[in-house]
Design a protein around this ligand. Structure first.
Ligand code: FBP
Length: 302
């Protein structure tokens, strides 16, 4: 236990001990254990984008055992994946590496009018597999968002009763949102707020751009500093209950080392709680991925 971790957990007072214990487990695990910062490896891209787009750049990634062992070697706080990947490796890693079971996923094969993920796992699977949390994606902005919000609300309640915290991937998309608006600072801040209001213990959003997409919010943003990524991260964290909820930022498509590290520096400077880095890790050759994850961890350690 460290003072910083206990300070963060105090924001979750009122949650059952199981939920707090699992949050503590993730915050105390890996090379960042005890710092209050997190670096998580998410590997749901095989489902979300397809196997070749995800794993062809580094074919070791087709193997479900590859990813948790990469997370362990690099010193990540946790590993997140859909049911199939977790099911395949849980007997080896449950209890030694915090696992997050993603309970919904979507593919890119169909063309639904509005984005909405399918339920692909259950709270009882997370318990059976020794996971430390459940994960769930919502698409604020989608015409089907209310359905997803309702599902999340029920799952948060069920998981809480079972002593599991909920990590929410809050990705605005669909409806009237343009591609650019999906990562606009006001929209990302709104997405973080919605996730927290729905009971998320940890929220994952994309790094926000300087665009303000909602006309109704524009005049307020004239007074909110959003010129740099660090300032925008600060605003998103503020929008997540004034920093009382853990907010982490995703890595995005594979890009160069310097770009990844510059983004992470800005997230750290803006008071972000950490990163959830998938493609930028597992699509690189293993040694390079480990080195990059360790550099990211180094930045969060300060
Ligand atoms: P990356 O670091 O690879 O972007 O992973 C983060 C993540 O949230 C994954 O969990 C998820 O598969 C992916 O991004 C979804 O990205 P999108 O829906 O924007 O294609």
């Amino acid at each position: 236990m460290t003072e910083r971790v206990e300070q963060i957990l105090a924001n979750y007072a009122g949650e059952p001990p199981g939920v707090i214990g699992n949050l503590r487990r993730m915050l105390m695990h890996g090379a960042l254990g005890g710092t209050g910062k997190l670096v998580i490896l998410p590997v749901d891209q095989g489902f979300e984008h397809g196997p070749a787009r995800s794993f062809a750049p580094n074919p070791d990634g087709y193997d479900p055992f590859y990813h948790p062992s990469l997370a362990v070697e690099a010193g990540c706080n946790a590993y997140a994946a859909p049911l199939g990947f977790i099911e395949a490796i849980a007997h080896r890693h449950a209890g030694s590496l915090p696992l997050i079971l993603k309970l919904n996923n979507s593919d890119t094969l169909g063309a639904p009018p509005e984005p909405c993920s399918a339920l692909t796992g259950a709270v009882r699977d997370a318990l059976r597999l020794g996971c430390s949390a459940i994960g769930f994606t919502i698409y604020p902005g989608s015409g089907l968002r209310n359905e997803m919000y309702g599902q999340l609300r029920d799952l948060v309640a069920e998981a809480r009763e079972a002593g599991l915290p909920t990590v929410v991937w809050s990705y605005p998309r669909g409806g009237k949102l343009s591609k650019e608006a999906e990562t606009a600072v006001d929209v990302v801040a709104y997405a973080a707020q919605i996730a927290c209001q729905l009971g998320a213990h940890m929220v994952k959003v994309k790094p926000p751009t300087a665009l303000v997409a909602q006309d109704a919010a524009r005049k307020h943003y004239e007074k909110i500093p959003t010129g740099t990524l660090a300032e925008r991260v600060r605003h998103v964290v503020q929008s997540a209950f004034a920093g009382r909820r853990i907010v982490i930022f995703s890595g995005g498509e594979a890009k160069g080392r310097d770009e990844v590290l510059a983004e992470v520096r800005a997230i750290a400077e803006g008071g972000g709680f950490g990163s959830i880095v998938g493609r930028n890790a597992f699509q690189r050759p293993r040694a390079e991925a480990v080195a990059l994850l360790r550099e990211i961890i180094g930045i969060y350690r300060g």
